[in-house]
Design a protein around this ligand. Sequence first.
Ligand code: SF4
Ligand code: SF4
Length: 442
Amino acid sequence: MHISLRRRGAPYGVKLAESKLTAASPIERAPLPEKVIIALHQNIGAPCKPLVKRGDKVLAGQKIGDSEKFVSVPVHATVSGEISSTTMLVHPATGQLVEALVVTSDGMDKWVDFEARDDIDMLSVEEILKRIREAGIVGLGGAAFPTHVKLSPPKDKKIDTVILNGCECEPYITSDHKVMLEYGKEVLSGLNIIRKVLSPDSVYIAIEDNKEDAIEHLRELLASMGLDGNWEMITLRSKYPMGAEKTLIKSILGREVPIGGLPLDVGVVVHNVSTAKAIHDAVFEGRPFVERVITITGAVKNPKNLLVRLGTPLRDLIQNCGGMDGEADEIILGGPMMGISQFDLDFPVIKGTNCVLVKKNVPINERDCISCGRCLEACPMHLMPTILVRYVKAGRYDACKEAYIDDCFECGACAYACPANIPIVQYIKVAKSELINRAAKK
Ligand code: SF4
Ligand code: SF4
């Protein structure tokens, strides 16, 4: 008899304390950094090769690294100055060493000339995609997948729905919320460009109900920009992880992305609001993606939403926010649920950085599983986290595969719900990495 290791149709997710300390803080521009460190591999896909060498003078916005591969995007200098050195960084998501170029600022902030376009109707889809790629845009909700690739679905995949993701469901983070409020026009203009590229039947703008001001603001803008015809604003219940692509698609359309599949397998493309703004800036203004809004929060004296040049060291951002609380000893890139610990304050902001969370590291007091089932109720993918942990502890990694471990996107809802403090995601990561190693040896 086959026992299914996935549940269906149950309610899921967890209600988290929001802790949005910066919800009322407008975006502030961070001071120009003295130096920026530009990693040559910041996104999913191939790394860039340097186009400059030590001693070269560069302008802000100048392309300094690129790759010939389709699944890749270039990187740009984010200040004007000189390439003063090269260095190696440990990428927080992959743990791999990546090469980086250090640009020492001349303090002048001199820029390359942008090739602005007033009317995108004059541009072909190919020209739009080229401008997006050349600007170095990747998904800014954290995944950092090259945007021009996501906008180029295979010919046999018809995209009937585009969803603009303004959920921002992780605690503490408010950068997307502020982008919707302060750059709403650019966000909707970017979404209109996405619509032109993909020609979907339906466009949805999805925002959680804890951001009423953003919902109202975008609704008014939609009407004033004449975009409210076949675009629908969807208000979603604030519950973690509502902003995850697969959860969003299931909640709005009732479609389930197949195991190991992508949203485009069910005719959907999801883009984050900050990505949409970057698309507007690239296509209309010819502006490369060199700065983004980041929430600096947690145990800092003055939490802020800062507009930051990519490559700025984390140390500068924390100082700009009044420094760390004396007790704090951990930096997380991202939110408390899916973020990644980073212990080096000289590590720079990369394209996927949406939040820097400073906190006190609390040791985990793991106890035995009491079979309460709360992790099952929390899992948005209807997995059985407690069973996965049992398999990992027994070294039964192949059984983890049969229990759909590949469908876990490491949201942490199960671990949050667990009364026994079992670090479920860590166990899952161990199994995934073991499975990858085994596959590589075959
Ligand atoms: S971390 Fe994985 S197993 Fe746990 S709730 Fe999220 S998707 Fe489910
Ligand atoms: S929530 Fe924790 S204690 Fe409860 S079944 Fe899941 S792993 Fe076991």
